[in-house]
Ligand binder design. Structure first.
Ligand SMILES: C[S@@+](CC[C@H](N)C(=O)[O-])C[C@H]1O[C@@H](n2cnc3c(N)ncnc32)[C@H](O)[C@@H]1O
Length: 230
């Protein structure tokens, strides 16, 4: 197994697994933009979706306190094995799994006493949302929200030119579940990136979530509430 996971390894992997979704690791400009507003002075439970070759994982480990934990969930076996081989750090817990299973992963680790809380302070995601069906995007976003502490952060990086537009675009989707704090464009990355910094909302605004609540019944008054989606 190669020590370094660079462009050559990404190219080999993407041929076999399109969900790798990148031909080269995120640049140092992308990594710095993603992590620059986090407070690394306190102990944190951080989750990373799609660590790939580990460029963000390594940067996180170099910044996190000794008592912090990092859970990295990667569903490509080649990357997972390389990370297992290359990154020996007692704070890192690696999973060969999909981000869809975040809630059971956290709950099992908590029951086993491997983490002190089943809610993460920060979740970072580079998985290719634009390639997922809409239901999968919603499941991951909803479960991510449920896996964060109140005011927890969800940081997302995606390619600037994505495959989806309109209502399924990740920026709009993120707004249904999180408060958008900042977004950035990183041109010094191949290809250029969008970085979104979001925070868990206290309560989900039903209107923004575009839920069809026409079937909600006010049982006390036996009134059917009908709302128009906008
Ligand atoms: C764009 S690459 C990012 C890799 C790396 N973090 C970086 O910044 O260079 C996306 C990564 O997400 C992984 N991935 C795709 N779908 C996933 C899923 N459902 N759960 C976990 N990882 C996934 C891919 O295998 C790939 O490693």
């Amino acid at each position: 197994m190669s020590e370094k996971i660079g462009t050559r390894e990404y190219l080999k992997s993407i041929v076999k697994d399109p969900l790798v979704a990148s031909v080269t690791p995120t640049s140092k400009f992308g990594v710095n933009c993603l992590l620059k507003n986090l407070d690394f002075s306190k102990d944190m439970l951080v989750v990373e979706y799609g660590p790939g070759g580990g460029v963000i994982t390594k940067s996180l480990l170099s910044r996190l306190t000794p008592n912090s934990k990092l859970i990295a969930i990667e569903n490509n076996e080649i990357f997972y094995k390389a990370l297992k081989h290359n990154l020996k750090d007692s704070r890192l817990i690696l999973f060969l799994d999909s981000a869809e299973n975040i809630q059971s992963i956290l709950s099992n680790l908590y029951k086993e006493g491997q983490i002190a809380s089943e809610y993460a302070d920060v979740i970072i995601s580079g998985i290719p949302f634009s390639m997922f069906p809409n239901e999968m995007k919603d499941k991951i976003l909803e479960d991510t929200r449920n896996s964060l502490i109140p005011e927890g952060r969800f940081l997302v990086y995606q390619f600037l030119v994505s495959l989806t537009v309109g209502k399924t675009d990740i920026k709009l989707k993120l707004r249904q579940y999180f408060d958008m704090k900042r977004s950035h464009i990183v041109l010094r990355n191949v290809p250029p990136l969008r970085v979104f910094e979001t925070v868990k909302m206290k309560s989900i605004d039903l209107k923004r979530k575009q839920i069809d609540i026409s079937s909600f019944i006010d049982t006390q008054n036996n009134v059917k509430i009908v709302a128009n989606d906008s």
